[in-house]
Design a protein. Structure first.
Length: 255
């Protein structure tokens, strides 16, 4: 679903039109849980969440898992509940992003959930049995891929070196202010412009190990996923308890 939506948006000619479509889809997707509430469609908390890292093939991994017959593919990949919508949407709204279809797993993949430890605490508190998947990637390679992505979307006009310098100043402001609100300008900027810091995977792995048991998290390596996916999928099968023999061919168009 995510891949089809992205391809449709990319097919539009101008950046202005693409931005309009992104906004339209976000509004439309936010309304679907309310429709499910009205019609009392049975829903549940997700069984698994891919929490990052951004630009480490989370979309490709989600596509692959969703192709499994034991997994229900939902209408969007990224819900952004625990980072952007935690204070503005209810838990009932979040639950109604995931239809409870008999014997099928459901999940989401929001890479920004690994941005801050607080987001992981929120996940653990509300959904203690959820399975967490986190993909690590070489920090410099990830930063450059992320920078090219934001440059292509027009979110930064800086050079790579200038962007890294601006990111350091942004992080200093975030660290010095413990009273940030979900729509604070600096937090929004970090989601798009946290080029190097988001690749600090050692710190984030530490957060995961602190708040989740060994049976509830899986750390994958981006390079191994690309170069030896058939071996890596065995780990995913064992972790989620599903058969992945019918997975899509591995692709990595967004990373």
């Amino acid at each position: 679903m995510k891949r089809r939506k992205l391809n449709f948006i990319k097919s539009v000619t101008t950046q202005h039109q693409r931005n309009f479509l992104r906004t339209f889809f976000h509004i439309y997707e936010d309304l679907i849980p309310y429709v499910r509430m009205i019609f009392r469609i049975p829903c549940k908390l997700p069984d698994f969440i891919i929490i990052g890292m951004q630009k480490a093939a989370t979309t490709s991994l989600m596509d692959a898992i969703s192709s499994c017959p034991q997994v229900r593919e939902e209408f969007r990949k990224e819900v952004h509940y625990y980072n952007r919508k935690f204070h503005t949407k209810s838990m009932k709204w979040y639950i109604h992003n995931f239809v409870n279809e008999k014997n099928l797993l459901v999940g989401e993949a929001t890479p920004e959930y690994s941005n801050f430890e607080e987001y992981l605490i929120r996940i653990k508190t509300s959904n203690p049995n959820v399975k967490i998947i986190y993909i690590i990637r070489n920090q410099e390679d990830r930063a450059k891929s992320h920078f090219k992505h934001e440059k292509r979307l027009g979110r930064t006009k800086l050079s790579f070196a200038e962007a890294i310098n601006a990111e350091e100043k942004l992080l200093q402001r975030i660290v010095s202010n413990s009273d940030y609100q979900p729509f604070d300008t600096d937090l929004i900027k970090y989601e798009y412009l946290g080029f190097r810091d988001k690749g600090e995977y050692q710190r984030r792995v530490g957060w995961i190990q602190k708040h989740f048991s060994k049976d509830n998290y899986l750390i994958l390596n981006y390079e191994k996923l690309l170069n030896n996916f058939n071996t890596e999928k065995v780990k995913i099968q064992s972790f989620l308890g599903i058969e992945l023999s019918n997975m899509l061919p591995w692709h990595n168009k967004n990373s």
